[in-house]
Design a binder for this molecule. Structure first.
Ligand code: AFP
Length: 331
């Protein structure tokens, strides 16, 4: 009896997909996504063997945010920096792990880009083989290149691309260039990202919420009221289940596929301000763009995330992101 052929035909690889988008998309943006894909493959491979190579644990450094840096944070950051060391079209790199932006000269000022990224999101999960991610966004340098980056500090609507890698049982690359959200899975046998779903639509409502509930006593009362509502009786709009993995990417991905909400409310300070933990430019704004592109929403609790203008590259904000209904309820 003839052997069954189980390979999926056709297999749409990332480069093939990007080539098919060329009439609609700037080729340099496509090249940027391909370079990100290579960085993600390198990180994915390293994460798979890091425990055996003794690469887990703290590096002994503290980053610009005052957080203890894991060895794999530094390594993943170096992979991203290395992938874009040649400049063109990316002439500015902004990372969670470096205080100041890195610049190279752009060959073409009219399409010089800035890339902002969190190279290893959820890095406290490294020691327990939990979900991890990388998050990125691309913005156009409106004034060409140079170290005055005021032109990249616009609202999140300025992002021309955003996405994330999820290092879970499978490595996924999920991205948008402002025309829907597409997800690719790393097919390890051929070493290529292969299309899994295109134009993903987030359910308008989900059944789960993701939050570090242990912080509830420090939140704004409005955030606690939201929690009461989500955990209250089903016939009063509650009945949600809690799912929290400690990596923004992992929790967001669940919302993207199954619906629901991720929230990291601000802590109320002595001055009455709501102080967020997650970073606007390379965590909250990119995932909010993906949420909107998939029919969901991203809010600070007081307004649309994508309308927020950062005052610094490492600014932190409260966030409520996910299905449209739950985010509207949060607001
Ligand atoms: P790192 O990227 O520094 O590892 O931080 C993880 C994170 O920013 C985000 O991915 C999680 O959702 C959130 O922090 C977890 O924070 P808590 O540990 O306070 O719940």
């Amino acid at each position: 009896m003839a052997a069954e052929v189980s390979a999926r035909v056709p297999m749409i690889t990332l480069d093939r997909y990007l080539r098919s988008m060329r009439p609609r998309m700037d080729a340099r943006l496509g090249a940027t996504l391909e370079r990100i894909a290579v960085a993600v493959k390198r990180i994915s491979n390293e994460l798979a063997v890091a425990a055996l190579r003794g690469e887990l644990g703290l590096s002994g450094e503290v980053n610009v945010q005052g957080e203890k840096v894991m060895k794999l944070d530094t390594w993943s950051n170096d992979v991203f920096l290395d992938s874009f060391a040649g400049g063109n079209p990316i002439c500015t790199l902004i990372s969670e792990e470096i205080e100041e932006p890195r610049h190279t000269e752009a060959l073409h000022a009219h399409d010089a880009y800035a890339l902002m990224f969190d190279p290893l999101d959820g890095s406290s999960n490294t020691g327990v083989n939990g979900s991890l991610g990388s998050i990125f966004a691309v913005r156009r340098r409106k004034r060409g290149h140079g170290d005055d980056i005021a032109d990249t500090l616009g609202p999140g609507t300025d992002q021309i691309a955003a996405g994330y890698a999820l290092y879970g049982p499978a490595t996924m690359l999920v991205w948008t260039v402002g025309d829907g959200v597409n997800a690719f899975v790393l097919e390890r046998e051929i070493g290529e990202f292969v299309l899994w779903r295109e134009r993903i639509q987030m359910p308008a409502r989900g059944k789960t919420y993701a939050v570090n509930q242990a912080n509830a006593a420090k939140w704004h009362p409005g955030a606690r009221a939201l929690l009461d509502r989500l955990t209250g009786p089903k016939d009063k709009g509650g009945g949600y289940s809690l799912r929290y993995c400690g990596a923004f990417v992992g929790d967001f991905h669940r919302c993207l596929i199954d619906g629901g909400i991720f929230l990291y409310p601000g802590e109320v300070t002595s001055g009455g301000q709501s102080k967020g933990k997650l970073r606007l430019m390379y965590e909250v704004a990119p995932l909010s763009l993906l949420a909107e592109q998939a029919g969901g929403a991203g809010s600070t609790g007081r307004g649309r995330v994508l309308d927020l203008v950062p005052s610094t590259i490492h600014e932190r904000v409260p966030v409520y992101v996910g299905s449209a209904e739950e985010v509207a309820l949060a607001e």
